[in-house]
Each structure stands twice: as structure tokens, then as C-alpha cells.
Design a protein around this ligand. Structure first.
Ligand code: BES
Ligand code: MN
Ligand code: MN
Length: 455
């Protein structure tokens, strides 16, 4: 660790803790003022770190924070992307300490957003500050930090389309993913796409006495469960016609290469307290969570769920369903196929409504680019080990758009761990990871500038 980082460690940490105290939950309008306050907080920090032209760009939703430092037009330009919004913290009772009152325990920061993405995004602010103070900023840099990633980035999509000149850059740099382990660095070389929708099944026109009507009318909850269960066959393949039509099948060689990544099945089961794993026949756990598409129910409700019992046949049943997509599936195609199929399997005794939500396209990033090589070398410098490229199962919808709209590839230099429990209660981020990130990022700038100029 260099002197500047050592001397400023406490302040760097305290600033992140202040950021984590702001409950910037984009999904819940109750937190509207807090989300905006978070954008304002970051604007001040970016200015203080030395960025120019810092502004909050208004959108139809939450503001996008922009700022830049152009050192020399001859140098390559890095566009840093991150998000300041977080997932809802519910259920609060499962947290050991309140989600927006960060605490440090076992060398980890516990708070909603600690890893996803406030902790990781803020590493870039501090790495930038460090490079500025030490006069070491080797590339031009632009920051674009949004507040709606966790709800689909729709307004950012519009912003990107309308601001192509402003966002002109040679590479996009993102820390919003993870590494395999603290002694096994990796670089995310792909993300799955997403198709998210809600279904509503309606039976009778009102809730009914389950004794007087039970057995004679369709129970929408029973029917919904049956319909959902039929979406996978006995091999856990998805039964929607045409679902796999465009799936990019990897070659034997590519799969063998993937299988080299370290993975301990027993540890995996133990960490999740699972009796056994589960998934599509013919694929390994790593493949199931990266190169294969999925369909999962994310929430299901209907009828009486309060205290005690109520004998009722509900009029309606609901579910939220997500499908993770792989190249070359598209969210539009898959949403359409789902909708058509789901409507077709509904019995006449119920009505079905499918409501599409947001989507995102899958992406694979090159591992032979100058930017990837610079990132690889940066990790190698600070971890002492060459990072392994890993395709991740998660989604960051804007990454595919950066490529399609701006023609720019992303380098995903994540520092999180699976055990950080993002989106779950007790989300955390290791102090090791926070400071390692701040230490590693400047090497990326240095190597990227050197390698771009052919030095
Ligand atoms: N940072 C995550 C995505 C992620 C995490 C990718 C770890 C790879 C490794 C991001 O904030 C996220 O949660 N994305 C959502 C999609 C979004 C449209 C709600 C997701 O993947 O569910
Ligand atoms: Mn994220
Ligand atoms: Mn997230």
C-alpha cells in the first residue's frame, strides 16, 4: 500500500460509512429524498476529489452524476460507471444490525450497499483523488454514476443515447461484480441478460368460502403453482417452446477452459446450508450460473397469509418471474416466448395476464483487448496472482448498451465476494477488498496508458 493510502485510510473509510448511512433505495418512493441526497453527497465528493464539470444530470427519474478530468487529449479516456442506489433492505428483522447504520465486524463493513455498489463505486472516487493528489493520473477520466441500476437503468439508457459525445471514451471501467476469493482474483468477462415479468391469474370474481365452493371452481393459486411447475421438465430444462433456440452453446474446449476455475462444491453447499445442489442436467454448477439461461420465481402471493387461518379461495394469484439470458438470446424475444407459452397453458377456468417489466441484454467482453490486459496486470501487481476471466451470472443491463450504443467495451474490475451477500440481509464488504480496490485501480490507469501508447 502506498503512503497516501496509508495516511488517508481512516478518512477513506469514514467517508464510505457516511455514504452508507444514506438509504438510497431506488425501488421504494418512500426513500425519494434520500436517493437525491445521496446524489448530492457524491457530487460534493467528486468535486472535492478534483473532478471538473461536475453536475447532476436530471432525468425522468433519479439524477445521473457526471464529472470529468481531461488531462491531455492524446491520452486514452476511461469512463467510470457505477451506481449509488441500493436494493431494498427488507426484511429488516433478519439483519443483525440496522442496514443503514454501518458497523465494522470481523474486518467487514455491514450495511445495505456496502458492496453493491456504494463500496465498490466509491473506491473509484478515492483512487481518483489519490491519483490527482499525487499527480499520477495517467488517463483522462469521466465519471457517470447512476441512481437507478437496481430498477433497470431505463433513464440511463436514454441518457446514453442522447449524450454520445459527452460520453466519448476508449473504455468503460466498472466495479460492480466480484472476484473468486481474496487469494484468487478474477475479472468478470461476461454478464447474463434479464427478462423480468409479473403474472396474474384470476379465478372467480371474488374471494370465496373454500368449503362452499372448494372442489368446484379453479383455485388460481393452485393453478398458478401448477403452471409454474410445468415450466421446467424432469431434467430442469425450461419447457417454453423455442427458449433455447438462440443460446450460444460453448465448445468442448471452452467448457474445459472454464472448468479450470477453482470451485469447491462441498464448501458451496456448506455456505448455503444445502443438502444438495440442483440444476439443469448435463451442466456443472459454474456453467449453470454463467453460460446457461434460467427461469426463477422471485416472489409469489395470493390468498390469506396473515395470522391464523382463513378458509378462502382467492380470486387472484400473482408471481414475479425472472429469466437470466445468455448470448444470443434477447430479452424481447424471451419475454414474448414466455408470454405466448404462459397464456397457452392456462386452463379455461382462469384468466391470465402477463405484465413485462424491465429487461437487459447479455454480454461477453473481450479478454484480448488492451484494456483487459491492463486490468489483468493491475490485479497481478496488487494480488501477486494473475486474475482468471469469469463469466458472471448477474446482470448489469447498461453494459450491453455501452457496446451497442457507444461501441465501447467494458472492463469489469469487481472486488466483491459471494459471501458479501449482496441483495440479502447482512450485506457486507471486506475492508481488505475496499482498500485493495483503491490500490489496484490506479495501476489500471497507469498500465492502460502505457499499453495504449505502445510503451
Ligand atoms: N451488481 C449487480 C450485478 C452483479 C453482481 C453482477 C455480482 C455480477 C456479479 C447489480 O447491481 C444487480 O444486482 N443487477 C440486477 C439487475 C437489475 C436490472 C436489477 C441483477 O443482476 O439482478
Ligand atoms: Mn450493482
Ligand atoms: Mn444489485
Amino acid at each position: 500500500m502506498n503512503d497516501f493510502l496509508t495516511q488517508n485510510k481512516d478518512r477513506f473509510l469514514n467517508e464510505l460509512l457516511d455514504l452508507l448511512r444514506l438509504p438510497s433505495v431506488s425501488a421504494d418512493p418512500k426513500f425519494k429524498d434520500d436517493v437525491i441526497a445521496t446524489a448530492q453527497f457524491l457530487k460534493e465528493k467528486l468535486e472535492a476529489a478534483g473532478a471538473d464539470k461536475v453536475e447532476l444530470c436530471q432525468t425522468a427519474g433519479y439524477p445521473i452524476l457526471y464529472g470529468e478530468k481531461m488531462v491531455d487529449p492524446k491520452l486514452p479516456t476511461v469512463l467510470v460507471y457505477g451506481h449509488y442506489d441500493v436494493q431494498p433492505a427488507d426484511p429488516y428483522e433478519l439483519w443483525d444490525s440496522p442496514p443503514f447504520e454501518p458497523v465494522i465486524k470481523n474486518e467487514k463493513i455491514y450495511a445495505r450497499g456496502a458492496c453493491d455498489d456504494k463500496g465498490q463505486m466509491y473506491m473509484h472516487f478515492k483512487a481518483f483523488e489519490m491519483m490527482m493528489r499525487e499527480n499520477k493520473l495517467a488517463c483522462n477520466v469521466k465519471f457517470m454514476i447512476e441512481g437507478e441500476e437496481e430498477v433497470g437503468s431505463e433513464n440511463l439508457g436514454t441518457f446514453v443515447k442522447n449524450n454520445k459525445k459527452k460520453l466519448k471514451a476508449d473504455v468503460i471501467l466498472i466495479s460492480d461484480t466480484g472476484i473468486i476469493a481474496n487469494d484468487t482474483p478474477s475479472i468478470t468477462s461476461g454478464l447474463r441478460g434479464l427478462s423480468y415479468l409479473e403474472v396474474e391469474v384470476t379465478g372467480p370474481n371474488r374471494d370465496l368460502h373454500s368449503g362452499l365452493y372448494g372442489g368446484a371452481v379453479a383455485n388460481p393459486i393452485n393453478i398458478l403453482c401448477k403452471m409454474i411447475a410445468s415450466l421446467h421438465d424432469e431434467n430442469n430444462h425450461i419447457t417454453i417452446p423455442g427458449f433455447y433456440d438462440n443460446v450460444d452453446e460453448l465448445s468442448k474446449e471452452e467448457r474445459a477452459e472454464m472448468a479450470k476455475a477453482p470451485f469447491d462444491l462441498e464448501k458451496y453447499k456448506k455456505a448455503l446450508d444445502l443438502g444438495d445442489i440442483h440444476g439443469e442436467a448435463g451442466y456443472s454448477t459454474l456453467e449453470r450460473t454463467s453460460i446457461r439461461p434460467t427461469l426463477d420465481v422471485n416472489g409469489i402471493w395470493g390468498g390469506y397469509t396473515g395470522e391464523g387461518a382463513k378458509t378462502v379461495i382467492a380470486s387472484k394469484a400473482f408471481a414475479k418471474i425472472s429469466m437470466r439470458l445468455v448470448p444470443h438470446q434477447t430479452s424481447e424475444e424471451i419475454t414474448e416466448k414466455f408470454q405466448k407459452h404462459f397464456e397457452s397453458i392456462a386452463p379455461k377456468s382462469v384468466k391470465v395476464l402477463v405484465k413485462p417489466h424491465h429487461g437487459g441484454e447479455p454480454v461477453v467482453t473481450p479478454t484480448n483487448s488492451v484494456a483487459y490486459q491492463a486490468a489483468s496486470k493491475a490485479y497481478e501487481t496488487t494480488f501477486g496472482k494473475k486474475p482468471i476471466p469469469v463469466r458472471s451470472g448477474g446482470s448489469i443491463p447498461i453494459v450491453a448498451m455501452f457496446k451497442s450504443e457507444l461501441g465501447i467495451d467494458s472492463v469489469m474490475m469487481g472486488f466483491g465476494l459471494d459471501s458479501d451477500a449482496i441483495h440479502s440481509p447482512n450485506e457486507s464488504y471486506g475492508l481488505f477488498n475496499y482498500f485493495k480496490g483503491i490500490e489496484t485501480i490506479p495501476y489500471f490507469y497507469q498500465y492502460y496508458a502505457e499499453m495504449s501508447s505502445g510503451k
